[in-house]
Design a protein around this ligand. Sequence first.
Ligand SMILES: Nc1ncnc2c1ncn2[C@@H]1O[C@H](COP(=O)(O)OP(=O)(O)OP(=O)(O)O)[C@@H](O)[C@H]1O
Length: 726
Amino acid sequence: MRQSTGRRLRTALVESDGTPQSQSERESYERMYSDDLTKYDAAEHNLYFGRLDLDDGETRRIGRIGILDDDEQDTTLLLDWRAPLARPFYLATPAAPDSVALRRHVRTRNRRVVAVNDERLDSGDLDATSRGDVVNEAALIGALNAARTGEMTDIVETIQREQDIIIRSSHRGVTVVQGGPGTGKTAVALHRAAYLLYTHREILGRSGVLIIGPNDDFLRYIGQVLPSLGETGVLLSTVGDLYPGVSADRPDDRHAAGVKGDLAMVEVLRTAVREAQILPTEPVTVRFDGYPLVIDRALVKRARGRARSSRRPHNQARPIFLRSALDALAEQHATRIGSSTIDGSQLMSAGDVADIRDEMEQDPTILRALARFWPQLTPDGLLREVLSDPDRIRVATPGWGADERDALWRDPRAGTGFTVGDVPLLDELAEIIGFDAGDDEREQQAQWRRQLTEAQDALDILTGSAPQDLEDELDPEILMAYDLIDAEQLASRQTRRQTLTTAERAHADRTWAFGHVIVDEAQEISAMGWRMIMRRIPNRWMTIIGDTAQTGDPAGTSDWGSVLEPYVAARWRQHDLTVNYRTPAEIMTVAAGVLAAIDPTRTPPTSIRRAGVAPTVLRVSSDGIIDAAITADIAGHDADAAGVSAIIAPDAIVDEIAAAAGADVRVLAVTACKGLEFDRTVVVEPAAIIAQSPRGLNDLYVALTRATQRLTLIHAADLPDCLTLD
Ligand SMILES: Nc1ncnc2c1ncn2[C@@H]1O[C@H](COP(=O)(O)OP(=O)(O)OP(=O)(O)O)[C@@H](O)[C@H]1O
């Protein structure tokens, strides 16, 4: 398959007669074959992992991708794991074998089979060691015990029943997946993306799938999973990256995050825009055609009233404002120059007045004078201006306390960048201002010019850096590129390529409507964040994944219904995941005490395995806490060299520990470890983690549930009561 695809790719590359149509055909073939090659490369690892022997003698082989024989009948050699016929591999149990007599799990290294594990499902004998509901148990436990690498891996070989049901859910509305730490929510989210792309390739290939995660570290951690499943076209983004042209990774402090994430901000922003539509305090005089024209309060107020009553977004209502103001000014001028000196009657016709108005419309002085009262706005310009000016904040927040107003204020000396909490505000402002509409063409033009310059630069570098004496050895295709492609052609190729990559186009376009959106760690999304996300998915086909017991952000949620009902009323479904694949039972027992303190009605997820070691607790003096944390981390590493470890510490000392520990040790605040996992963790000063935030208990719960093997607790202050340790 690789060879023939490679051949087709080469043919496609040389076959072009230069017409735009054949160029664009060539582009799409090029992308298709390159994607296929990427997929085959990805599938090389554990290509074939499962086999089902059915009661009637049929055998099915299951792998990462589907493969057909090149015989007449296109016989299926390997079934894609997402194909319906592969499903019993994930669902059949001895109690409900579903016509499966034998399930075989195959492990390979490169192309060599290294292990085979058979499960007989037709014996009617429920194996005493099997939990009845666990599928592929040996392989599963092997995967769970394996040392972590710092990157998440796929779970296609061992997806469990409750996970499979969500991955393949055909529900077209909002699916909520709620589950405790380590229940595989993230894994399920990614496999669902792969499944949906396989099943609805046609629609989702065009409209795209968006996955939203909490921060860049997390996106890097999960970044390899979809490519390893042969899917490369999914857009992964944080909320801070979702507004084109802005890349915010600086979090707000907790108080500011709570204030900025609250729905009350909608009204604040609306008011801020209205406040930009100002009235003159003194009449303004400009000269036109040698005569003075007076722009007074009444004139501006009337024009503003017309524009506002159109109910259009600010920038789109601007022509209405200008038209009304210019009409009034033209009347004013006509009255002054066209009145009869005898009886004061108007000598000018309506047509004459219209001509005057048209002339005024071209007059930069008049336009500039009027623009002050209804300026053309940009979301980032306005947000920056308002948030750095205490007076404008005050005007936009009637009835607010000083504390909340202060939370909005940003010190202009602290730089001009935006915080994560600003991004949904920018998006909201873009709506109120009507920023994108009508600007497309201008933006495309600018984009084209940028590309042309870049392409020319690239070509200069390419030609400039090719050493003459090596030229003979250069690939003929590169030589052809030298000859054929001038800057303009190269630029137009890039434009077409852009029209081909859905993810790239979608990322650059605020008004893009995705086909499916998956939100991970969704409990952290603020009400303002949800408004922004919902704009990206008008069809509301979404998978929302999270755990309301882990919510750390003050603007996050503790209840899915209140988040979703404004958008989809009761039309959403919830699935619960109950088995913890990450945290061993010994650690989960400790975490369960914290969960009970968060909410006594919640049931902790059941750990599927034990680690064989209890968590270690170490009390030290308060000035020894940093050294103790680092020593514990190093000791863990020495005892068990494989895998990755992390120190999780309260905000106040996280930098100090990181500085003392050096670059090799990973030291994280709780907000940064969300969604991640390590073989060993050292959690520092639990009491301080609880005290530093209104959702401190949730934060501690998150910190305690990151380890797959060992947990060490280091403390100087008394341990909180909810930590029950033997
Ligand atoms: N069926 C499975 N087979 C193998 N490994 C699995 C399976 N399900 C989950 N895991 C593993 O368990 C670990 C936890 O999964 P994941 O990170 O998806 O959990 P989560 O529910 O998102 O956790 P958190 O809420 O803490 O972010 C991962 O290493 C994942 O690969």
